[in-house]
Design a protein around this ligand. Structure first.
Ligand SMILES: Cc1cc2nc3c(=O)[nH]c(=O)nc-3n(C[C@H](O)[C@H](O)[C@H](O)COP(=O)(O)OP(=O)(O)OC[C@H]3O[C@@H](n4cnc5c(N)ncnc54)[C@H](O)[C@@H]3O)c2cc1C
Length: 396
């Protein structure tokens, strides 16, 4: 009888120029962009290691929402660039991404949220986005199932989009590998060594790799990885649940997000309604289990906004981890010490959409030694100096 034998695993190299810890969308984007942006003829050995399989982290569990509607100029500018990169991804990486530009419709009723929505929409228009502010009846024209009574104001950017997340991981992994990167799944990092204030070596349970540059893209495990190098990150993991319904006839074009409840939902190309909701009481640990409490919260928030969905059947639910920072903004860039140790973490519910542009910025910073000045506010040192940031257009 034939027995299945897994293929022999490729040994780890003894040395590399850059080791990326985490083969989620962020780590793979950085790896790909490093190789794409290196000088012609430059030899650059990039190794990506992951403790699990590709798409096992938040990158394989998310809703695929990609938008430029934010409340700060920095996020609007970066995400506009990321949307362009997402739109071009299929052609660049020769993989279908199910990119659908149906727009994002944000709604709000609480006065403080309405004020924030209005101020953000005005800023987005000043930044050149096509965002429109809508009253309740115009919003219900766009999505007739919405109850106008529950809407004070809405903002709509037709250029926002939804994608299927997995092809982004496969696309980046394939393209990076084609350009010379090594991607090693099931390779857990257990130590990050430095000497004389400089990063020196990454130790995994399969062997160690000497490298002068290490990127921490370990998602909700980034603080644990940072600790291995003696660096403290203030991030905490937070479970975020999501579900998919039975397939329905196509009825919904934009992704709808309710700033009052943290509800969001979109319709996939297969007809399923895919959505989630904020749960401030979800555990702050690495639990990725599913709960009945989520289903109750989700259905309550969904029926408040769309009473006609009363008979909708949920077919699947799952969960992933948000990686939260105290000011709900990311931590990106090289830490002060040890040098050569770069961070890309704290992306909460929007790291998927940010990965294309952040990968580019971080790769440039690593290759040139000059950080992108736009990302200066996202440096880890802001938590010590007290220069915390604010971003209102956050859901989930
Ligand atoms: C349910 C849900 C819905 C979401 N919806 C959206 C959305 O619509 N739009 C959006 O932009 N974002 C969304 N997000 C957020 C988004 O998924 C994340 O911000 C993004 O995927 C983070 O990518 P990452 O590569 O940093 O982390 P991850 O994808 O989590 O990857 C980190 C990797 O590091 C590996 N790792 C950890 N520790 C080690 C170690 N010691 N050694 C080796 N490897 C290690 C892990 O195995 C993992 O594969 C959602 C998240 C969830 C959970």
């Amino acid at each position: 009888m034939a027995t299945f034998a897994p293929p022999p695993r490729r040994p780890l190299p003894e040395a590399a120029d850059v080791v990326v810890i985490g083969a989620g969308v962020m780590g793979l984007s950085v790896a790909y962009q490093l190789l794409r942006a290196r000088r012609a003829g430059q030899r650059l050995h990039v190794v990506v290691v992951d403790q699990g399989y590709l798409a096992g982290g938040a990158s394989g569990r998310n809703g695929g929402g990609v938008r430029a509607q934010w409340s700060t100029e920095l996020n609007i500018e970066l995400m506009r660039e990321s949307l362009t990169l997402c739109a071009a991804f299929a052609r660049e990486h020769r993989i279908h991404t199910w990119f659908r530009r149906g727009g994002y419709l944000f709604v709000a009723k609480e006065p403080a949220k309405v004020a924030m929505l209005e101020a953000s929409a005005a800023l987005q228009r000043r930044c050149g986005l096509a965002t429109e502010l809508l009253d309740a009846s115009r919003a219900a024209e766009l999505v007739p199932e919405l109850d106008p009574e529950q809407i004070g104001r809405a903002s709509y950017n037709p250029d926002d989009a939804v994608v299927f997340p997995w092809p982004f991981i496969w696309g980046y992994a394939d393209s990076a590998t084609r350009l010379g990167a090594e991607v090693h799944p099931f390779t857990e990092v257990i130590a990050v060594e430095h000497t004389g204030g400089r990063i020196d070596r990454v130790v995994t349970q399969r062997g160690s790799i000497r490298a002068p540059v290490v990127v921490n893209a370990a998602g909700a495990y980034s603080p644990q990885v940072a600790t291995l190098a003696g660096v403290t990150l203030p991030n905490t993991p937070h479970r975020h649940e999501i579900c998919a319904s039975e397939p329905l006839k196509a009825w919904l074009t934009p992704l709808v997000a309710d700033l009052d409840t943290g509800l969001y939902f979109s319709q996939s190309s297969r007809g399923e309604l895919v959505g989630g909701v904020s749960d401030p009481r979800a555990p702050d640990d690495h639990d990725q289990g599913s709960s009945a409490r989520f289903l109750a919260l989700y259905s309550r928030a969904l029926l408040r906004l769309c009473p006609r969905l009363e008979r909708l059947k949920v077919l699947r639910q799952w969960a992933g981890l948000y990686d939260l920072t105290p000011d709900r903004n990311p931590i990106v860039g090289e830490v002060d010490e040890p040098s050569g140790f770069f961070q890309a973490s704290g992306f909460m519910g929007h790291g998927f959409m940010m990965a294309p542009v952040i990968g580019k910025c971080l790769a440039q910073a690593i290759l040139t030694g000059t950080p992108d000045p736009r990302l200066a506010p996202w440096h880890l040192r802001r938590f010590a100096s007290g220069e915390l940031l604010d971003e209102g257009m956050i859901i989930g």
